[in-house]
Design a protein around this ligand. Structure first.
Ligand code: AGP
Length: 609
């Protein structure tokens, strides 16, 4: 996610803004920029890469002025480059933006038709052109911003300057976070409190549909329709580090609870509702090229490999294309049977996992076409791919992958729609249905998160266990594997996941009165069979905890605990079961006093073999 910092006061704006941007580095970024206003002249400096590059630029070409805006960019539309870095300037207007403008392509075409020339590939540049155009029409900075915002669909947090109204800074917010810090007649604007908390603890939280006009030592708040509103400030006592966690006790819980938003991020700007299709910027393959592949090969490690397994079930069933799933560390040494007719899809949150990168290079050596699914923009795997589908989950700091996993599942769901629409196995109507189900997913995730108290109760009950088994059928089988991995890696309880139908082929020997058996039983085509597997465990004295779907009064009747998961359709319910199992592992680990963010022996990105 991008980071924004703005300042108006009596200090040199540049160090205030640069220090603020440094405190937002945890959000992840790939380029940065700053603009200060002095005597009616807006000076802009932008650089790709880390903030040190911007600092060097400013040292060579110093800035001046007591009003300014700054930005760290996490690329969504347009590669990481100086040209695409913010601030963006059009005419007299300078803008920094965090969010995604979903209708930017249409707005850009209209602006080009009206004579506007664009420099960048970003959605954000459209905003500066729109405001500049409205300003030339109205002569009012505030009015111009209000008129422009009315045309935007999507999420934004904005800081805006105007050379022709040099003593004014305007901020506006809808869908992306923004706070205002106040210290006397000085104002600090930021995406997040860590950026400004060292300057002041008096904060005003801006809400969606609000804007703030900072002018000559005063701030006035409005709705974006122009109605003046009163906003109360609050004193915050968070330490900067605690502020980075937004009040959560650790990054893992914060990231688990970010999933409704991260799923919105991976969807934003990609749904073509009318067509029942999706737009995957970065896929770089048309229908004919997509249909030319004889098979797909998903290759990954760990949790990302579990996502790949879900992808196999999903794509083979919906698109009738053969999908191989490979563990990268095996694939890279197996002289795999792939060719130029294979679409190889490395899946990696970090984009730096050594085995997955080596697998990509093995595939490259066999002339395969490579489209990766990554979270970190411009990571090694992303850079070496022919195309990239970014998951836009935002920086994931907790070592145990949570929001990255669920956004990988959603990215695979989007890819399945694209593949199925390209080869005709998914009709326009079916695609529209899949898009409607997907659009409802964030709300279902939010509801699933509310099950935490019941999940904590389950963890309490089985806290002394040394072993656990997770069972699932169909698309729930890889979710069972993922649940077992989450438990292992943060609570250190040994756990295994199995296809529920496999129990009688050996693992059922493990059943006893001690070991909890977590059975995933969504209300899908496998439910009757899973109930039978549950009976196999119970009749042998096993302890079953049933995760089933809301409205299912039958499945859990003989289980020791039953958790009712919201229903999001046969495919997307897997995301909700994954979220519930993340919370289960989290509660086990916290109750056992483990460090959930930095589990022993583990690294966030395994960049060595
Ligand atoms: C997930 O909880 C683990 N931390 C680990 O399995 C991880 O998924 C694996 O190392 C792959 O990482 P990547 O997605 O960054 O490639």
């Amino acid at each position: 996610m991008c980071g924004i910092v703005g300042y108006m006061g009596n200090q040199d704006a540049t160090p205030v803004i640069m220090n603020g941007l440094k405190m937002l580095e945890y959000r992840g970024y790939d380029s940065a920029g700053i603009c200060t206003m002095d005597d009616g002249t807006a000076e802009i400096r932008r650089s790709s890469g880390k903030l040190i590059n911007l600092e060097r630029l400013i040292k060579d070409k110093p800035l001046s002025g007591t009003i300014g805006i700054g930005h760290t960019r996490w690329a969504t539309h347009g590669k990481a480059s100086v040209t695409n870095a913010h601030p963006h300037k059009s005419g007299s207007v300078v803008v920094v933006h965090n969010g995604i403008i979903e209708n930017y392509l249409a707005l850009k075409d209209e602006l080009i038709d009206r004579g506007h020339a664009f420099i960048s590939e970003t959605d954000s540049e459209v905003i500066s052109h729109l405001i500049d155009e409205k300003y030339e029409l109205t002569g009012s900075f505030e009015k111009a911003v209000q008129l422009a915002l009315k045309e935007l669909h999507g999420a934004y947090a904005l800081c805006i300057l105007n050379q022709k109204d040099e003593k004014t800074l305007i901020a506006a917010k809808s869908g992306s976070p923004m706070v205002v810090g106040i210290r006397g007649d000085e104002y600090f604007i930021a995406s997040d409190m860590p950026a400004i908390i060292s300057n002041t603890r008096e904060m005003v939280i801006m809400e969606d549909g609000e804007m703030a006009v900072f002018r000559e030592g005063r701030v006035t708040f409005f709705t974006i329709t122009g109605e003046e509103i009163a906003k109360a400030s609050r004193h915050v006592d968070w330490s900067p580090l605690k502020a980075e966690k937004n009040g959560y006790p650790n990054f893992m819980l914060k990231e688990i609870h970010e999933q409704p938003q991260s799923i919105k991020n991976v969807i934003a700007g990609r749904l073509l509702d009318e067509k029942g299709d999706v737009f995957l910027e970065g896929l770089n393959l048309n229908d004919c090229e997509l249909n030319s592949f004889e098979k797909l090969c998903l290759v990954a490690c760990g949790t990302s490999w579990h996502a790949a397994l879900v992808g196999k079930y999903l794509i083979e069933e919906q698109c009738r294309i053969p999908v191989d799933v490979e563990i990268a560390s095996e694939f890279r040494y197996r002289d795999p049977l792939i060719s130029g007719k294979t679409l190889v899809i490395p899946i990696s949150q970090s984009g730096e996992t050594a085995d997955t990168l080596a697998a990509l290079r093995e595939a490259r050596g066999k002339n395969a076409h490579i489209v990766s699914i990554c979270n970190v923009v411009d990571s090694s795997i992303a850079r070496e791919s022919d195309g990239v589908i970014y998951t836009h989950a935002g920086l994931e700091i907790g070592v145990a992958s949570t929001k990255a996993f669920t956004t990988q599942l959603v990215a695979l769901y989007l890819l399945a729609i694209r593949l199925g629409r390209a080869n005709g196995t998914i009709s326009q109507e079916k695609g529209q249905e899949m898009i409607v189900e997907l659009s409802g997913l964030p709300a279902h995730v939010k509801k699933t998160l509310e099950l935490d108290p019941q999940i904590e109760e389950i963890a309490c009950e089985y806290l002394t266990s040394w072993d656990a088994i997770y069972l699932g059928r169909g698309i729930s089988y890889p979710i069972a594997l993922e649940g077992a991995l989450k438990l292992k890696e943060i609570s250190y309880i040994h756990a295994d996941g199995y296809p529920a139908g496999e129990m009688k082929h050996g693992p059922i020997a493990l059943i006893d009165r001690e070991m909890p058996v977590f059975i995933l039983a969504p209300n899908d085509r496998h439910l009757i069979k899973v109930r039978s597997n549950m009976e196999e465990v119970i009749t042998r004295g096993g302890k079953v905890i049933a995760f089933c779907s809301e409205g299912d009064q039958e499945t859990g009747r003989r289980a020791e605990f039953t958790l009712k998961i919201p229903w999001a359709g046969e495919i997307l319910s897997a995301v909700l079961f994954a979220v519930a199992l993340q919370l289960l592992a989290y509660n086990f680990a916290i109750l056992k006093g483990k460090d959930v963010d930095q589990p022993r022996n583990l690294a966030k990105s395994v960049t060595v073999e």
